[in-house]
Design a protein around this ligand. Structure first.
Ligand code: GLA
Ligand code: ZN
Length: 659
């Protein structure tokens, strides 16, 4: 069966008589999969052990009669009121020591043993009930894990789990004291039981404690998911397991979270969440999130929630312009989604998300959004079978590390320095040049890429240094940037030489001084032209490197801003500052030119080109993110299989090219 488009559906919000009408409209629209039940615990188990799956069985059955399969969510983001009444200790505690109450969702502590027992009982019952249902094809564990858990949880259960995690990692308290540097401010611990979770204190916590807390928290959520995966895998032999990620959401290491899933899914909201002035997220930000999600397993993925109308809870965003919903959905397919599930079928008439719109109106009557998406599905769905599973085959990779991100969340240096934003600056220059990019983590093989960009490699290990060196010696081109090799993995500053430490030889530089620019910016000369850079300047002394850009101001005017060192068959670049968009564009141009990296083609500004590559064909998507008509100039061998040469405002075209 072909599973390409779907919707998130809440039959329990609507009268039973309506379900048939919904199923008919879904079928006519071309949907083949529906996700349900991820928040319906109280409906499925109204009181302890009193299981009520009848309504859901019926909904699944009706949908199946209309040709649709079901994905079920485990409802563990919404423990019902009766569980909380019996065991209020399940409620999470924030860093100010306040218990967060029932009444929203995610009112749970993920380490709490009583809650785990409830989950074990319920998920087992649900899995047993649906294991042989031929219309249930898979499972989503929980929903957007980590969402709403930002500041959580500091309850006594989480505290002792954290202490146990630390005992496991460090073996002895003396070892922890030495590695964290607890000699500072008299923080030496006698035993693991004394170590706090980072609750509010008169001032800042030890950065080593904070980094371990972030690691622990990520591990806890990964383990919370694994607890449910184990139950379902054991019972349901033929159904897949996935989870819906949130792009660059930073609380959980998605490389770890994705590891034991059959594939990952992602929730894509182009206008963002609550602070969403139109046009919301930029096209390249959307592209970056999708490429990142593809990178989590280096596999194609599902969109489990794709925006299908105006979004918002108490405050609303702008209404997507005609064509935009279809464009955004096609963009996810272009970047590697094999299935796109729209959130949501119809906006609810009650509850917190009444104004989070769906494909239908509140009235249940199909309108502009239904017609637009139906039309897009009819054109795109047949093509999707041809390139299912196909990746873009990028020649450039950007290294993404959660630990680096966390270290900069703890100590941003500059008030506006943000790891993920910095990574996206490099991405944007490649995106604008129509060059496909992979995001990879540090465990991935670098050798298949002509160019690897690794911004802000702040925390460094000998192993990673060797990996970078090997890559360059074998002929790779590597870009490292400011604040590389500053600290060890304990989040403690390195002291055994000048920055960038063990990578100094590879890069052919030494850094003995630096300047946090704060409100200033800096002039940079590159290829005879003047540019600006911001946030930070490393004051670099080349040893063997060649200078390719220099600062033009302040006491370090004339010193290098960008250098290149040769090692073996390759080259290692160092960027000592944060280039502005213009400098970044020119620098990336230089890098891709000398690396022999080709772009997908030429397109007018605002038109994005994306590739999915099978063994025999390239499928090139042209996506018009502007509200104007755009004229394409496809290469002679591009055979147009969708859309027109003249792209309508927010229009889509697909070309098929023989390899
Ligand atoms: C997230 C959640 C959905 C819904 C939407 C809209 O993506 O997964 O359940 O809450 O946001 O707020
Ligand atoms: Zn807790």
């Amino acid at each position: 069966m072909k599973i390409r488009f779907g919707a998130d559906y809440y039959p329990e919000h609507w009268p039973r008589e309506r379900w048939e009408t919904d199923a008919k409209l879904m079928e006519e629209m071309g949907l083949d999969v529906i996700r349900m039940a991820e928040f319906s615990w109280s409906k499925m188990e109204p009181s302890l052990g009193n299981y009520n799956f009848g309504w859901l069985d019926e909904a699944i059955e009706i949908l199946a009669r209309h040709g649709m399969k079901t994905v079920l969510g485990t409802p563990t983001a919404t423990p019902p009121a009766w569980i909380i009444e019996q065991s209020p200790e399940i409620l999470p505690v924030d860093s100010k020591g306040r218990t967060r109450g029932f009444g929203g969702r995610h009112h749970d502590c993920q380490s709490n043993p009583v809650y785990r027992a409830h989950i074990h009982r319920f998920v087992t019952a649900m899995a047993q009930h649906y294991k042989d249902n031929p219309n249930v094809i898979g499972w989503q564990i929980d929903n957007e894990l980590g969402n709403s858990h930002n500041d959580l949880c500091h309850c006594s259960s989480c505290r002792s789990h954290f202490q146990e995690w630390l005992a496991n990692k460090y073996g002895s308290i003396d070892n922890l004291n030495a590695r964290w540097g607890t000699a500072f401010w008299s923080q030496t611990y006698d035993k693991f039981e004394q170590i706090p979770t980072p609750m509010i204190t008169p001032n800042s916590h030890n950065p080593s404690l904070l980094l371990d807390w972030k690691r622990f928290h990520s591990d806890l959520i990964v383990e919370f998911q694994q607890f449910q995966i184990d139950i379902i895998r054991d019972i349901c032999k033929d159904q897949f397991i996935t989870h819906n990620l949130m792009g660059f959401f930073g609380l959980i290491d998605y490389f770890d979270l994705g590891k034991n899933l059959d594939f990952v899914s992602h929730d894509q909201y182009a206008t963002g969440y609550f602070d969403n002035p139109q046009p919301g997220k930029s096209p390249q930000r959307l592209g970056a999130e999708l490429d990142f999600v593809r990178g989590v397993k280096q596999q194609t993925f599902w969109i489990m929630e794709q925006q299908s109308g105006p979004t918002g809870w108490e405050i609303l965003g702008r209404t997507p312009r005609p064509g935009q919903l279809a464009l955004w959905a096609a963009q996810t397919v272009a970047h590697g989604a094999d299935t796109v599930v729209f959130f949501r079928w119809r906006p609810c008439s009650f509850g917190t998300e009444e104004y989070w719109h769906g494909i239908l109106h509140h009235s249940g009557v199909p309108g502009r959004r239904y017609d637009e998406l139906k039309n897009m599905i009819s054109q795109l769905a047949p093509l999707m079978d041809e390139f299912k599973g196909a990746l873009p085959e990028s020649e450039v990779a950007i290294l993404y590390s959660y630990e680096q991100n966390w270290a900069f969340e703890i100590q941003p240096h500059h008030p506006k320095l943000n790891y993920t934003h910095q990574v996206q600056k490099y991405y944007k220059a490649l995106y604008d040049a129509q060059i496909p990019v992979d995001f990879i983590n540090h465990k991935e093989d670098l050798s298949k890429y002509k160019l690897v960009i690794a911004p802000l490699q702040f925390l460094m290990t000998r192993k990673m240094e060797d990996k970078f060196k090997d890559y360059v010696k074998q002929g790779g081109r590597l870009v490292l940037t400011m604040r590389t090799g500053v600290k060890n993995m304990d989040n403690v500053c390195m002291t055994d030489g000048h920055l960038p430490g063990g990578l100094g030889d590879l890069l052919g530089i030494e850094i003995k001084d630096y300047d946090c620019l704060r409100a200033m910016d800096m002039g940079v000369e590159f290829e005879g032209k003047a540019y600006r850079s911001e946030k930070w300047c490393d004051i670099v002394s080349p040893t063997t490197a060649r200078t390719i850009a220099s600062y033009t101001e302040d006491f370090y005017a004339g010193t290098p801003a960008i250098t290149v060192g040769k090692a073996g068959k390759g080259e290692a670049y160092y960027v000592g500052t944060e280039p502005d968009d213009n400098l970044m564009r020119e620098f990336i141009k230089l890098l891709t030119r000398i690396s022999g990296i080709s772009s997908l083609g030429k397109a007018p500004e605002g038109v994005e080109l994306v590739r999915r590559r099978t063994s025999t064909f390239d499928y090139i998507f042209a996506l018009n993110h502007t509200e104007e008509i755009q004229e394409l100039e496809p290469a002679a061998d591009w055979q147009q299989v969708l859309g027109e040469k003249e792209l309508a405002p927010y229009g889509i075209a697909v070309f098929k090219v023989k390899r």
